[in-house]
Design a protein around this ligand. Structure first.
Ligand code: FES
Ligand code: FES
Length: 225
């Protein structure tokens, strides 16, 4: 039996943007239209002709690739969009979000050691380190990233701007996700609550003192709505 299997990742409502396609092509992955991808997936191992045909499509909604037998299929929601992916057992959630979906806000400052918080996203209402969360454990999960929080117009974004709560911005998506998760579970946080919640997020630009005021401003704005 072949040690590899062909499967497809279908972005049901996702972005399908150019940069994602460009990345996948540059990385040697196969990008194709849904119908072509389905045919290739059902025929077992893909031939070179299959892959060439799929690569010719400009439709970024389906990605086909070779997987190991250990791969599993998951369905999850990211920023309100539903996805189905076949994932390898060693893929992290951060890898899935960045490399497969093309959302780049989860960063990697500490090399995936769980030490910096820059990869933080919200999973089922709780902030999680996406570098230490296995993608295969995310079946049925509801994920929010900083892109989704900004797109929804959450006041934490404007509060970060108003309070100059960043300099280079590398760590900021992680701080934003942690702050938003705090506000979701506590609509009246104190400064101590904010400091405690953000204790796992590191900032090499040292903007720490600006984050609690931003969280408290966002809390005040949320009370008005
Ligand atoms: S990349 Fe540093 S905690 Fe995840
Ligand atoms: S703003 Fe630069 S690392 Fe935090």
């Amino acid at each position: 039996m072949s040690e590899e299997k062909k499967s497809e990742n279908i972005n049901k409502k996702g972005t399908g943007n150019v940069s994602r396609r460009t990345f996948l092509k540059d990385a040697g992955f196969v990008v194709g239209a849904p119908a072509i991808g389905t045919i290739a997936a059902s025929s077992g191992q893909a031939s070179a002709q299959d892959r060439a045909a799929e690569t010719q499509s400009e439709d970024g909604s389906t990605v086909s690739r070779i997987h190991t037998e250990a791969a599993t299929t998951i369905e999850l929601t990211v920023n309100g969009d539903k996805y189905r992916f076949t994932v390898e057992p060693n893929w992290s959630l951060r890898q899935l979000i960045r490399d497969e979906i093309g959302l780049t806000s989860p960063k990697d400052w500490c090399g995936g050691l769980g030490a910096c918080g820059s990869c933080t996203v919200i999973m089922n209402g709780r902030p999680v380190l996406s570098c230490l969360t296995l993608a295969c454990e995310c079946d049925g999960a509801n994920i929010e990233t900083a892109e989704g929080i900004a797109k929804a117009g959450h006041p934490i974004i404007q509060a970060y701007i108003d309070n100059n709560a960043f300099q280079c911005g590398y760590c900021t998506p992680g701080f934003v996700c942690t702050s938003k998760a705090l506000l979701d579970r506590n609509n009246n946080p104190t400064e101590a609550d904010a400091r405690d919640a953000l204790g796992g997020n590191l900032c090499r630009c040292a903007t720490y003192q600006q984050h609690p005021p931003a969280v408290l401003q966002a809390a005040r704005e949320l009370k008005k709505t």
